[in-house]
Design a protein around this ligand. Sequence first.
Ligand code: ASP
Length: 308
Amino acid sequence: MVPKIIVHGGAWNIPKRFHQAHLEGCSKAVQAVYADLKNGLSALEAVERAVNELEADPTFNAGRGSYLNVKGEIELDAIICDGKTLNFGAVAAVQNILHPVSVAKILLNHPEHCFLAGNGLKDFLKEHHIAEVAVEDLLTQRELVYYRKIKGDPNFTTRKPFEPAPGDTVGAVALDDNGNLAAATSTGGTPRKLPGRVGDSPVIGAGAYADNQLGAISASGFGEAIMKILLAKLVCDNFKDLPAMAAARFGITQLRKRVNGLGGVIGINRTGTYAYCHNTPFMAYAYYDTKKGIVSHIKMDGMPSDRV
Ligand code: ASP
């Protein structure tokens, strides 16, 4: 198998002034892992490392740079999925952590549990000596300004698709030389969300899914809609009968038709073909092409958003 990796920096209405940073951030995440992936790094390690790059980059709404909830706090969700075993690890509404996807990855090895939240998750962090970071290490001036702008706005809703918001969710999907697929997604959620709100990102089959027999997907967009149709699993199931890009397009069409949702997906099918599609004005993504090297986009060619 020729190893493959694709990452995204979210499907949303990304303001023009942030396009370059999104393209560069996604390309850097591919760059950081592709050489090692070619030299035998596993798909699971590759998606964790690529997402770690994106979480550390303040451009994106994941780890550093995340949106604030209505109380001005940062609560993060993340998932990592193993296509070989169908196992996953996920965490929800975790605070003071720069790399929630790595906490999710530790959970992959838990003998019983896959998904942790609340006080139990806090204990788990302590048990595993995962260092907490200060809020200041996650908070950016950009998000503070944005929070203050939307805080008292009676017309603001997280569904307001054309209100350009600064950053967005991140994710990665990889195929390694053993034919194993993995997917990961990490997010600060939606701006001004309620404390304790959990979106699609850490929900298996919604924000990500991986199955060596089908393919793997990471999603982004309005979580409340994505969860209702289990978007990542829906696209993976359609990898069985449709070409990779057609399966991604089918998922996004269903998102719009069935639950009036906005979002995007990236993925790889079991034979190593990339898939991506979005119906938001923009989606930042980058992948490694064996002929062209690293390719990055902020909008999918030939797929105009159905809302612009
Ligand atoms: N899907 C994420 C959530 O709803 C947000 C996003 O992808 O922009 O939490």
